[in-house]
Design a protein around this ligand. Structure first.
Ligand code: C2E
Ligand code: MG
Ligand code: MG
Ligand code: MG
Length: 287
């Protein structure tokens, strides 16, 4: 029987190992036809420059709408796409949608797009991305690719070459979910990155846990030493915003500042921000 997306989501929240073969087969099939019918879409979440209080860009987040109005979350279907060899096709569809929106935004706004480490290992990855941005009319300087190491280790000549080629063309590289997964110091020392995104679990615990706070401070100083821009992910409260700002994070992102919204809402927010003198977010406190 077909289970509701929300059930799958709840179950996944409770038990990360939910993906028994039965679910995988069912979702593989369902995903394949959803991609073919272009039923997937992208929501955008803003991130703010802590010093100027302004939106610096938007992160594209994949969404799979269901008939009942719910969404299957990307934590589930990205994984399915990776396991069933559909990730490149899926990503190409999402990338097209995201680029076609981003090219209409004011030119100072960056599009951040998540890619799976698996894609980095596919032949011609860099070339494909550069061909796509050209085709969809987005200057490579306005694109940032977010890589997460939680699923696969980024290594090998091909992956390094791809990153180097992309950066040479002006695309920026961000390391997502820093502090979780396999982002070892050794790998960090070898991998040129423009941005480090401190995982939201650290931000959530920073306030109460002195040891977590010390680690976040160290990550910030490490990142700055490497010349990277530092992002605090998952900022949900005024207190967290205050803390990350005072610790020296450059960019803040999280539900407090803006949730992921569809393109129509984003366009509305952008035109609103452009039409007022006071920045959209008055929440960021002066340094
Ligand atoms: P991510 O790239 O680290 O994205 C941030 C996730 O945290 C998003 O979840 C976002 O909705 C959520 N988030 C943002 N602010 C807050 C906050 O203040 N509090 C909390 N609790 N959560 C917050 P989402 O959209 O469910 O995406 C989950 C993950 O799925 C992403 O994590 C990313 O790794 C992956 N993903 C999403 N879209 C794509 C895509 O197009 N391609 C690939 N390869 N992966 C994607
Ligand atoms: Mg991300
Ligand atoms: Mg992240
Ligand atoms: Mg994350």
């Amino acid at each position: 029987a077909q289970r509701r997306a929300q059930d799958l989501f709840d179950e996944a929240e409770q038990d990360a190992s939910f993906s028994v073969q039965e679910d995988l087969d069912h979702l593989e099939h369902k995903l394949r036809s959803a991609i073919a019918r272009r039923e997937l879409t992208v929501h955008f979440q803003p991130y703010f420059c802590v010093n100027s209080n302004k939106i610096a860009g938007y992160e594209a987040l994949a969404r799979w709408p269901q008939r009942d109005g719910s969404f299957i979350p990307p934590s589930i279907f990205i994984d399915v796409a990776e396991k069933t060899g559909q990730i490149n096709e899926l990503s190409a569809l999402l990338f097209e949608i995201a680029c076609k929106e981003a090219r209409e935004w004011p030119s100072h706004l960056t599009l951040s797009f998540n890619i799976s480490a698996l894609q980095l290992h596919t032949e011609d990855f860099a070339n494909d991305i550069l061909t796509f941005v050209k085709q969809w009319d987005l200057p490579p300087e306005r694109l940032e690719l977010e890589l997460t190491e939680s699923k696969l280790v980024i290594e090998g000549k091909r992956a390094c070459k791809a990153l180097a080629d992309l950066r040479d063309a002006g695309v920026r590289i961000a390391l997502d979910d820093l502090g979780t997964g396999y982002s070892s110091f050794l790998r960090l020392s070898k991998m040129p990155v423009d941005k480090l995104k401190i995982d939201r679990h650290f931000i959530a615990e920073c306030q109460e846990d002195h040891r977590v706070k010390k680690i976040v401070e160290a990550m910030i100083s490490l990142g700055k030493g490497l010349g990277a821009t530092i992002v605090a992910e998952g900022v949900e409260t005024e207190e967290q915003l205050y803390i990350v700002q005072h610790m020296g994070c450059d960019i803040a992102q999280g539900f407090l500042l803006g949730t992921p919204r569809d393109a129509q809402h984003v366009n509305h927010d952008i035109s609103y921000e452009a039409s007022v003198v006071v920045p959209l977010s008055t929440r960021l406190r002066a340094g």
